[in-house]
Design a protein around this ligand. Sequence first.
Ligand code: FES
Ligand code: FES
Length: 160
Amino acid sequence: MSVQFEVNGRQVHVEVEPRMTLADCLRHELGLTGTHLGCEHGVCGACTVLVNGDAVRSCLMLAVQVEGSKVVTVEGLSNDTELTALQKSFRKHHALQCGFCTPGMITTAHALLTEEPDCDADRVREVLSGNICRCTGYISIVEAVLDARSAYKTSDGSGP
Ligand code: FES
Ligand code: FES
């Protein structure tokens, strides 16, 4: 089947099997391997991407379901010149070790901070509770997200 959508600001058109997941489409058809696959059944959060601004598990979505949508992967939340505020905060707080969970943490946190730049620690924990990290532990990740809040409090609400 043919599917067209926007990914990280670029229009793409791919031919996929109807059963292909969005995660596999991003990784194998579009080379966006920053989206990681852990459990492949919606539990670990490693595959989280943004679809029309919402954090979704790309292992549970079919590629054909994003027809006409705007998809943002972890690659789309970085830039070529310097680390973003969220990336800097993860580095500052040592919020990653192996980094396998990090794309899902970053995409989930970005969606939260965009919607709720005043969120408190309990809310961060609640939202990140669906993202599993096997090595860093969660305290530093929560601290990193809280510390990045100020960057999302722009006057026009557009975020960093
Ligand atoms: S790989 Fe999608 S939730 Fe684990
Ligand atoms: S940093 Fe290794 S799984 Fe989270």
